[in-house]
Design a protein around this ligand. Structure first.
Ligand SMILES: [Zn+2]
Length: 199
């Protein structure tokens, strides 16, 4: 594979640690009813890179209110799982961004290695073209860029504008920017800090 970190289990453990920190913050905040949040993880089966993922990737961190009669579910934002997509967020960004950056042959090899169906790929392209530009998340973020990001070239145009020493760091910045789109059952504000020292 052309990007070594994709095959490095430490990269995925790093993302898991970020998710754990986010989850701890959400849990500490409690339920909107004032109740305590109990762990209620749900199963996930991420596709494509299973070989390097440990068992922490078999579940999504989530909580349930302990108060009888409330029992509200509360799923913290994630830098690993992009909503209900079966591929990890990092793959959904990277493969679509590489559309213009790799030779068709190399990109095809990566798509085959990750076992991505053509229909899945065109759904992602549509998501980046339509869903993401219209989202609250992007509407809030786009103003932070002094030079406007070309929405017809997402996600590559945005990936190229984020800070980081290498692709891996910029992908992490991208994932942390996307977190408001990764949950519908929690809407607070959470700041993800990417510490390259821990990578
Ligand atoms: Zn509650």
């Amino acid at each position: 594979m052309c990007h070594a970190f994709l095959n490095d289990s430490r990269f995925y453990q790093f993302l898991f640690c970020i998710d754990q920190d986010s989850a701890a913050e959400v849990q500490a905040g409690g339920c909107s009813c004032g109740g305590v949040l109990h762990s209620a993880r749900y199963p996930r089966k991420p596709r494509g890179i299973r070989g390097v993922l440990d068992e922490s990737y078999q579940t999504r961190l989530s909580f349930c209110c302990a108060v009888e009669g409330c029992r509200r579910r509360c799923t913290p934002p994630s830098v690993r799982f992009l909503g209900r997509k079966v591929y990890l967020g990092v793959i959904v960004i990277l493969i679509t961004a590489l559309e213009h950056g790799l030779t068709p042959k190399r990109r095809q090899r990566l798509i085959e290695a990750l076992d991505i169906w053509p229909q899945t790929l065109s759904r992602w392209q549509q998501w980046w073209r339509e869903t993401f530009p219209a989202s609250h998340c992007w509407q809030a973020e786009r103003g932070h860029f002094i030079l406007p990001v070309d929405c017809s070239q997402l996600p590559g145009a945005l990936l190229g504008r984020l800070t980081g020493d290498d692709l891996q760091q910029r992908l992490c910045q991208f994932l942390s920017l996307l977190i408001p789109m990764t949950t519908h059952s929690w809407s607070g504000y959470l700041k993800v800090v990417i510490d390259p020292q821990k990578m």
